[in-house]
Design a protein around this ligand. Structure first.
Ligand code: FNR
Length: 394
């Protein structure tokens, strides 16, 4: 990325100049068209896994609808010739307020999976949060990221030796924060996966961090390649821990020197508990609607969490980010940065690393233009005054 050219203008110039040679974007620009192209590119099982949410998928729908209930109130003649998209989070300065969400099992949408996503992230200077259940091990993904910041998403394991080993490995590989996901003590009721009778882990996908870990290999009677099913069973035995309580966060802090961010918070009370138990921040998120059907939208929960802990801790956001305007709205409501989830995986499905990179470039260009057109020259200039809630419209 060039430092001096605004993301919005450089991207639209590139696209329109290509148009002179009759070349139109290979990866659809519009989110709905991107999703349609990705659903076309994926097989039925991958489609169900990525697109699918819990139950009637009401939470997933409401995540997106919640953005429509806030409107941007643009201000004119504000002098927006340069826009500063940078933000600070957990003591690190980021060029842009967007990070790749942890999404597991990416091999099922593209054979290069998280390696390709990391390359796309690095090419766009976008940090990445890597899932515990990645298809490639955390060390290989860190190599692809190079100097680009990585955070490691941590799924607890009842096997504390394995859990501690993951935390050590993440720190050694250069990840700069631990994002502990607390909304998945159990996997949600996901009709699409159930209809397809499909769980990728049973086919050995998404367990690379496990099969590269001595603490996990010790549990097996045979090497993973000799018995996929037994390996999958051992994985299921060590994945998720429904007995966890807030007190277990104290153990996590003892295991790592990295900052800890709790992902999956939807109430002020839980945000306060996270901070009381030493968290450096939270991600307001409902896992893209994949866990609790009929849940509060993540965006509906964001202002309360910001009011509760925003002055003292990091508040990130995800679930429903599709366009630049969505990024703007979440930041205006007080998020320090946002995670983009399904959109980049759709790009990966359409065209591998290039596809994921195109999605990121488009999202950031759209955000840059939206920010300037709304009358703001920096992310730090955004606050709730930038928005009007539907209920307050005349
Ligand atoms: C996820 N998400 C997720 N979260 C997490 O903490 N660890 C994980 O391994 C995964 N895996 C995963 C797989 C798939 C296919 C999806 C769609 C999502 C949740 C993810 O980090 C994020 O919260 C959501 O993707 C945000 O919702 P949208 O914006 O993608 O709808």
């Amino acid at each position: 990325m060039s430092d001096d050219e605004p993301r919005g203008r450089s991207r639209v110039t590139e696209i329109y100049l290509n148009g002179l040679a009759e070349v139109t974007p290979e990866v659809p620009v519009d989110f709905e068209a991107l999703e349609a192209a990705a659903l076309d590119a994926m097989d039925e099982k991958a489609l169900g896994y990525v697109k699918g949410s819990a139950g009637g998928e009401k939470t997933a729908a409401n995540n997106e609808a919640a953005f429509d209930r806030w409107r941007i109130e643009p201000e004119m003649l504000k002098g927006v010739e340069t826009r500063d998209l940078s933000v600070e989070a957990l003591g690190t300065e980021f060029d842009v307020p967007v990070m790749l969400a942890p999404i597991g099992c990416q091999f099922i949408v593209h054979e290069e999976g998280e390696l390709a996503s990391a390359r796309a992230a690095a090419a766009q200077d976008v940090p990445m949060c890597l899932s515990t259940v990645s298809s490639y091990d955390m060390e290989s993904v860190a190599e692809e990221l190079g100097d680009t910041t990585g955070w490691f998403q941590f799924y607890w394991s009842p096997d504390r030796e394995l859990a501690a080993s993951f935390l050590d490995r993440a720190e050694a590989a250069g990840y700069e924060a631990i994002v502990v996901t607390v909304d998945t003590p159990l996997a949600g009721w996901r009709p699409r996966d159930l209809e397809n009778a499909y769980l990728p882990y049973l086919e050995g996908v998404g367990i690379a961090n496990y099969t590269s870990d001595e603490a996990f290999l010790d549990r097996l009677d045979h090497p993973p390649e000799e018995n996929t099913l037994a390996t999958a069973q051992a994985f299921l035995d060590t994945f998720g821990d429904p007995s966890l309580t807030w007190e277990d966060l104290d153990w996590l802090h003892e295991q790592t020197d990295l900052p800890v961010v709790v992902k999956g918070i939807l109430s002020r009370a839980d945000a306060r508990r996270a901070v009381e138990h030493g968290a450096d921040g939270v991600f307001v998120s409902n896992h893209g609607g994949r866990q609790v059907d009929g849940s509060v939208a993540a965006l509906e929960a964001l202002p309360g969490v910001v009011d509760e802990i925003g002055d003292e801790a990091f508040v990130g956001f995800d679930s429903g980010i599709r366009r630049g305007a969505d990024v703007l709205k979440a930041l205006a409501l007080g998020a320090d940065l946002v995670l983009v989830g399904r959109p980049y995986v759709y790009g990966l499905a359409v065209d591998g690393a290039d596809g994921a990179e195109a999605v990121l470039a488009n999202l950031l260009a759209d955000f840059d233009l939206s920010l300037g057109l709304a009358g703001h020259d920096s992310v730090t200039d955004l606050d709730r005054d930038a928005l009007v809630h539907e209920s307050e419209l005349p």
